[in-house]
Write a protein that binds this ligand. Structure first.
Ligand SMILES: Nc1ncnc2c1ncn2[C@@H]1O[C@H](COP(=O)(O)OP(=O)(O)OP(=O)(O)O)[C@@H](O)[C@H]1O
Ligand SMILES: [Mg+2]
Length: 368
């Protein structure tokens, strides 16, 4: 079902945890809310589920208004037809796997063969057939999370809400469950909102990523768009762009492009997002793989060319990451990833170059 949040506001005492959040999740869509600790992700999710009462705004699930600050509508969680999955699993340890998954039916006083069949079906769906009678306290983390997922899916919810459900699992299991979870969501047809502060998890799961910072939504885009065009410095930094440098001076170049000075030794050319003007506090970013290094003496410097000193080399398991210092003084630090350039060592003076068309300009913050 379609979910629609608008003008959502929630404070705890004097602290405004969520401010003016608007979000639409289309039927069957998988939306990931990405943001740092404390930015309001869980609060937004809990408001959607009805576990928290917002101060203001409206929330609609399908055609039903479940919260309206103005009209004082508040539909309690058990009537919202939503399945929620938490990081902590929230299972009943004294109950069996079967009883945990049957719990939502029990709460609605639904029993009988149909419920039994549904519980068995949904346990089979998450790969736990045969474990029905095992005590929930005797399960591994991955199994507990599957039980939580089965319980959330049991009543065929209109929407699934996930609050960092994979954070307590080891990396391999996390990657595996990620895929499963995504497939189960697609086959169930439920809309999903998934909260995480892990950018690679967000990229792997989302149809659309919504970035939050300090209680606000700062960008909403497909993963491809978000990672290739972060809208501001905060987002570029949060998604892990290693080269994000403050701009010192801006001059107009051709075709709506701008030439920016990062240091006396490094000038770059790039496009700014529409509507953003010089003076808004610009930053320039480029990916490490878009920096070329040559052992040769620095050439005559054009746009993107700069002399550099290698200050550090780190092996990541697949690549070498070089940290370069642009120019001769510690003015601008630039990171480079390169494969098999082992002949370049810390201390070497080299010629470096940001490949043409690979520098992008962003404002310090998007307009609020
Ligand atoms: N029950 C509460 N009482 C008081 N303050 C709260 C409460 N719940 C959340 N907050 C505050 O509201 C802000 C947003 O919290 P929220 O839990 O939504 O963040 P989050 O984005 O989920 O963070 P994390 O990634 O750490 O889980 C934080 O500053 C938090 O301290
Ligand atoms: Mg949280």
């Amino acid at each position: 079902m379609r979910l629609e949040i608008s003008g959502l506001r929630k404070s705890y005492g004097r602290h405004l945890a969520v401010r003016d959040v608007g979000l639409v999740v289309e039927e069957g869509e998988f939306v990931v809310i990405l943001g740092p600790s404390g930015c309001g992700k869980t609060t937004t999710l809990r408001c959607l589920a009805g576990l928290e009462k917002p101060d203001d705004g409206t929330i609609r699930i399908g055609t039903a208004t479940v919260f309206d600050g103005g009209g004082a509508v508040f539909v309690p969680p058990e009537q919202r037809n939503i399945g929620m999955i938490f990081q902590s699993y929230a299972l009943w340890p004294h109950m069996t796997v079967f009883e945990n998954v049957a719990f939502p039916f029990e709460a609605r006083r639904q029993r009988g063969p149909q419920v039994r069949d549904r519980v068995r079906d949904v346990l089979a769906l998450v790969g736990l057939a045969g474990l029905e009678d095992r005590s929930a306290s005797l399960l591994s983390g991955g199994q507990m999370q599957r039980v939580a997922l089965a319980r959330a899916l049991a009543c065929k919810p209109a929407a699934l809400l996930f609050d960092e459900p994979l954070s307590n699992l080891d990396l391999k299991l996390r990657h595996h469950l990620r895929q499963e979870l995504r497939e189960l969501q697609k086959t169930s047809g439920a809309s999903a909102v998934f909260v995480t502060h892990d950018q690679s998890e967000a990229a792997a799961l989302a149809d659309r990523i919504v970035v939050m910072n300090e209680g606000r939504i700062v960008q909403s885009d497909t993963p491809e768009k978000l990672f290739s065009r972060p809208a501001d410095r905060f987002t570029a930094d949060f998604i892990g762009i290693p080269n994000l440098l403050p701009v010192r001076a801006v001059t107009a170049a051709s075709d709506g492009r701008w030439k920016v000075d990062v240091s006396p030794h490094l000038a770059l050319e790039g496009e700014a997002p529409s509507g953003v003007r010089p003076g808004d506090g610009w930053w320039v970013w480029f990916r490490a793989e878009h920096v070329e290094m040559t052992a040769a003496a620095p050439r005559a410097s054009g746009c993107g060319d700069f002399p550099a000193r290698i200050v550090q080399r780190t092996f990541t398991g697949t690549d070498y990451v070089y940290r370069l210092q642009a120019g001769h003084a510690p003015e601008a630090s630039v990171e480079v990833t390169a494969r098999d350039v082992r002949k370049l060592e810390p201390g070497d003076l080299i010629a470096a170059r940001v490949l043409p068309g690979q520098a992008h300009l962003v404002p310090d913050a998007t307009a609020r």
